[in-house]
Design a protein around this ligand. Structure first.
Ligand code: HEC
Length: 149
């Protein structure tokens, strides 16, 4: 009797840890949208400073630049576009994300490279502006190909 109880506990325990280990598709979809929201917030803040809509502030600029540089590979490395995350919740990723993963990764790498150049560029308004233009092309390029309207 006691053994049966222990066995049941063990099975329940294993089931629980498996559930934790495997992030559900809907959570991954939420995660990638959230990462994009963070990218957009920091890009927007930097753009405003680059254009002069708000006064350039080196500390603030470098903080947003660091966010983009450090989180740029999060969606891919975190499995947010991984196999099976094409369904599970409403989203706007194109089916090509999963049918041409190599090209999609290349688009992400371009973005990550541009994002990693930001912290150094954010020291001055002029260099920030140039680096942001490069970054913006990588956002747009990927959205044109991989985000549905
Ligand atoms: C390599 C591809 C890629 C790059 C680079 C990329 N995005 Fe995205 N982005 C996507 C895809 C795909 C979606 C759709 C996600 C979904 O709904 O599944 C998306 C969605 C978004 C969204 C909507 C999020 C939501 O809540 O629905 C915003 C905002 C966004 N991206 C901003 C940006 C910004 C700003 C950059 C650059 C700084 C950027 N993205 C770079 C692929 C990319």
């Amino acid at each position: 009797m006691k053994q049966k109880y222990l066995a049941a506990l063990l099975v329940a325990g294993l089931a629980t840890s498996a559930a934790f280990a495997q992030v559900k598709p809907e959570q991954q979809i939420e995660y990638r949208k959230s990462a994009m929201t963070v990218f957009a917030r920091s890009t927007g803040a930097l753009n405003a400073m680059a254009k002069g809509d708000v006064p350039f502030n080196k500390d603030v600029a470098q903080r947003h630049a660091a966010v983009l540089a450090n989180l740029s590979d999060l969606p891919l490395s975190g499995g947010a576009f991984g196999p099976g995350t094409d369904k599970g919740a409403p989203h706007k990723s194109d089916a090509k994300v999963w049918s041409e993963p190599e090209k999609f990764k290349a688009a992400f790498d371009k973005f990550a490279t541009a994002a990693r150049a930001l912290p150094a560029a954010a020291a001055e308004q002029g260099t920030l502006k140039t680096a942001l233009a490069d970054l913006g092309k990588t956002c747009k390029g990927c959205h044109d190909d991989y985000r549905s309207k």
